[in-house]
Design a binder for this molecule. Structure first.
Ligand code: ATP
Ligand code: MG
Ligand code: FE
Length: 341
């Protein structure tokens, strides 16, 4: 089984060839970050234009690197949501064109399912599992009883973790997206500012990061007014300590209460060293019998290989999309499963 997978939900144009849902033969990622940097965020119109310019070459490169011809493909998979509508449409239409031209089944993949299935490129998933999905637009705990079944048991009530990182990055004058740089600064600094740990003790699996973000901004603002010096590395470390403590504590609690066999980390913020280390340590101490998977750094951010891995499940269930497949910018796991059944 060879799946050509396409991902254009945000600011990465990516195309991959994945064999049997877990063997990555190629994974081309063309990032547009440089074009969006000067605007301090992703500009949807610019993202769409870049996808149009990049997609054909990415498809050709992915096939060439994998040494696979169109005729050998089993299916074409594409992210149809969630994401930016104009960006998604480029990938969806490219996938439809290939499916039509080569008479291949078309598979629609939920981007967040893709993030979770990035782990399948490393090791088999073991069910029931719990996924902590932390990205630029989402922060959620997803319970999976079996392949292709997703239940959100907790999520952020306001900002996503990655969004909070990028917002405080802007306050610190870092280029967009600031997440990675703050993580690096946090490795040097210490938790000297003791920011609040939101919803840590609440009896649910939800998160909140906007209060933390406000505390951070107020502290920086007040210090500026008083002419006080702040240590940027310590600020980053203090912010990260709060984010990591809340994410780790609630994830471990959920994994214990649900009695899962595996815990997987997923999404762009899964690249965060503080989170990777914090969760690994807590798992080793508190749930040594539960297997813990973290994708390698290259598979944490947006990429098409993860879409190919998730698509394989749908392929096996013969869940194919029609040519009237559309982009669904607000696609959720609920609406996704609706299309699956
Ligand atoms: P979504 O997946 O929710 O649709 P997205 O696709 O835009 O959103 P991803 O590409 O999965 O998001 O992740 C990007 C986010 O990850 C950005 O907010 C970025 O700052 C953050 N990020 C990347 N590396 C790190 C890191 N080392 N520490 C913290 N955040 C990071
Ligand atoms: Mg991105
Ligand atoms: Fe993403």
């Amino acid at each position: 089984n060879l799946i050509l997978a396409i991902e254009t939900s945000c600011d990465e144009t990516s195309v991959a060839v994945v064999e049997n849902g877990h063997r990555l033969l190629s994974n081309i990622v063309a990032s547009q970050i440089k074009s969006h940097m000067r605007f301090g965020g992703v500009v949807p119109e610019i993202a769409s234009r870049h996808h149009v310019e990049q997609i054909t070459q990415c498809i050709e490169e992915a096939l060439e690197e994998a040494s696979v011809a169109y005729q050998e493909l089993s299916a074409v998979a594409v992210t149809n949501g969630p994401g930016l509508v104009g960006a998604l449409l480029i990938g969806v239409n490219a996938a439809k064109a290939i499916a039509y031209a080569y008479n291949l089944p078309l598979i629609a993949v939920n981007h967040m399912a893709g993030h979770i299935y990035a782990n399948r490129l490393i090791q088999p998933l073991v069910f029931p599992l719990l996924a902590l999905v932390v990205s630029g637009g989402h922060t959620e705990l997803v319970y999976m009883e079996e392949d292709g079944k997703f239940e959100i048991i907790g999520e952020t009530r306001d900002d996503a973790a990655g969004e909070a990182y990028d917002k405080i990055g802007r306050v610190l004058g870092l280029p967009y997206p600031g997440g990675k740089r703050i993580d690096e600064m946090a490795q040097i600094g210490k938790d000297t500012y003791h920011f609040p740990r939101a919803m840590l003790k609440d009896d649910n699996y939800d998160f909140s990061f906007s209060g933390l973000k406000s505390s951070f901004i107020n502290l920086v603002h007040n210090a500026k007014q008083k002419g006080e010096e702040l240590d940027a590395d310590n600020l980053a470390a203090s912010f990260q300590a709060s984010v990591v403590e809340v994410l780790v504590t609630k994830t471990i609690r959920a994994a214990k209460e649900l009695g899962v066999k595996q815990l997987v980390l997923a999404g762009g913020v899964a690249a965060n060293q503080g989170l990777r280390n914090g969760l690994s340590k807590a798992m080793a101490q508190e749930l040594p019998e539960v297997e813990f998977l973290i994708p390698p750094l290259a598979l944490c951010g947006d990429n098409a290989a993860m879409i190919g891995a998730a698509a394989y499940i749908e392929y096996n269930q013969q869940q194919f999309a029609d040519y009237d497949l559309n982009a669904q910018p607000g696609l959720t796991f609920d609406s996704y499963e609706g299309t699956l059944s």
